[in-house]
Ligand binder design. Structure first.
Ligand SMILES: [Zn+2]
Length: 492
């Protein structure tokens, strides 16, 4: 390791040729900064990847910069702390508040899953699997959250490194991260930009993303690198139409919902539709997600993050999430009662990709009913139950039962919190002509490949790193230092 201390290097420990588990290690001026520490979700080997060693020693990490509070970006923080990380987690205040909701929820789900699994193991006579982590580990991770960073300001990370977060327009508190680093050869400063997850423009609640600065190196997400979304308003109309048709059939509408952002946006759309007379005032709407309920409360505390009309409404004391028959169901018993209720209703429940959570029991009760509908409004990774249903499976396994899929299935992608292809390319163009762009957080054959092709057509160098790969971006050696034009960084 001697002589490596001053090089600028990047290594990839998640979201490498897949969508989840974001975790990237930046080494510069002898400091070691982790960008995100997310959980792998939905893939067949997610559990194994989450339990595996990190690929670096957590005790050697000086700080974590967290771009936003989605589980696939913050979900392994409890493991990082449990395995020796002693530094500070840095993020915006809203991200810290949401990360608390997300990590405590993740710990609870894992403890509950582990209990169920222990019963099965007992019956099968095998050793039970412990949870990935529990509430104690989640709380310890939350105790390492340090300074709350404000958008647009530079903060020192020591040894001449600074980080500046700028708005990503993705979910409340989300950021792009701009690192300014001392060049190892003493020739000034170099810049590395991490996109984080980039938001989709034209949504009604959150402010739009900020423009990234020009950069020497870029790490960017590619979730929707291969397609554009329909507009938000068009999607809102499609949603209301699907709900009206289901009401006419007398069925229930199940919307697997991401608790952050999507749930709040959906409430806003439903509330608007009721005011406009497009949905009946007496339609019961259930927000069946304790996490979404708490997250909605966090939203109300951050008017600074919203677009003006929404903010004005909030500041004037109005409730943009108001619905005449909205029921927030925190208790499990209240959640169960929903399915004993006759007649149409809209049920928003997590998780969005149907990998767990209360949506599973609503699916079990409704998927087989012709009059019901299931409306997917977000990204569904390969291998998830959501993806199977979207891809047209005739039967699926839900909570250990085989369930026929007879309900109407809708996929409405215009609510995505992710930028589509054209917006990703526009974002990238604003970073100038970086020496190299690392593509992460996308399907290797889908969005990631499409984005690589598009950038290479513009004459830009790209790289799709594999899990654990490390790249030296700049060294003190005169050969590398004088050659700013070198096109591909050295794999190391
Ligand atoms: Zn995200």
């Amino acid at each position: 390791m001697a002589g490596q201390g001053r090089a600028i290097a990047l290594s990839f420990h998640g979201a490498a040729r897949n969508v989840t588990g974001s975790c990237h290690l930046l080494e510069a001026a002898g400091r070691r900064i982790l960008i995100d520490c997310g959980m792998f979700q939905g893939e067949a080997d997610s559990d194994r990847l989450n339990r595996a060693p990190f690929g670096f020693d957590p005790a050697t990490i000086d700080a974590v910069v967290l771009t936003h509070a989605h589980l696939d970006h913050c979900g392994r923080l409890p493991l990082l702390v449990a395995r020796g990380f002693q530094g500070e987690v840095l993020c915006t205040r809203a991200t810290a508040e949401l990360a608390q909701v997300v990590l405590l929820d993740a710990a609870r789900i894992q403890e509950e899953d582990a209990e169920r699994e222990a019963e099965r193991a007992l019956r099968a006579g095998r050793a039970p699997r412990p949870p990935l982590y529990g509430l104690d580990e989640a709380c310890a991770a939350l105790a390492s959250f340090g300074r709350a960073l404000r958008y647009g300001r530079s903060y020192s990370l020591g040894a001449g490194l600074t980080v500046r977060l700028i708005e990503a327009g993705h979910i409340l508190g989300a950021a792009q991260a701009v690192f300014d680093l001392p060049a190892p050869d003493g020739t000034g400063r170099r810049r590395l930009v991490f996109s984080g997850d980039i938001g989709n423009s034209g949504r009604p609640v959150l402010r739009e993303r900020a423009r990234p600065p020009e950069a020497d190196w870029v790490v960017m997400e590619t979730t929707y690198g291969d397609r554009n979304h329909r507009s938000f308003e068009e999607s809102a109309r499609e949603l209301i139409e699907a709900i009206r048709a289901t009401i006419a059939r007398g069925g229930k509408v199940v919307i697997p919902t991401f608790a952050l952002e999507r749930a709040q946006e959906l409430l806003f759309i439903l509330s608007r539709a009721v005011v406009a007379g497009d949905l009946p005032r007496k339609l019961p709407v259930y927000l069946d997600s304790p996490m979404a309920i708490t997250a909605t409360a966090v939203f109300r505390r951050h008017p600074e993050a919203f677009k003006l009309p929404f903010r004005r409404e909030l500041m004037a004391g109005a409730d943009p999430f108001r619905l005449p028959r909205l029921k927030l169901t925190r208790e499990v018993e209240a959640s169960r009662r929903i399915n004993r209720q006759e007649g149409p209703a809209v049920i928003l429940a997590g998780s969005g990709m149907c990998t767990g959570g209360r949506v599973l029991h609503h699916l079990r009760h409704n998927l087989w009913r012709e009059e019901a509908s299931v409306i997917f409004v977000g990204f569904a990774a390969k291998g998830t139950l959501a993806r199977q249903i979207i891809d047209g499976a005739r039967t699926v396994q839900v909570l250990g039962e085989t369930v026929a899929v007879r309900a109407q299935i809708h996929t409405i992608n215009g609510f995505s919190a992710h930028a589509g292809r054209d917006e990703l390319l526009a974002w990238h163009a604003q970073t100038g002509r970086p020496e190299i762009t690392f593509l992460v957080h996308g399907d290797a054959e889908g969005g990631m490949a499409a984005m690589a092709q598009a950038l290479e057509r513009r004459g830009l160098a790209t790289c799709r790193p594999r899990l654990g790969e490390r790249f030296v971006l700049a060294e003190t050696s005169p050969l590398q230092a004088s050659g700013r034009k070198h096109t591909s960084p050295r794999r190391h």
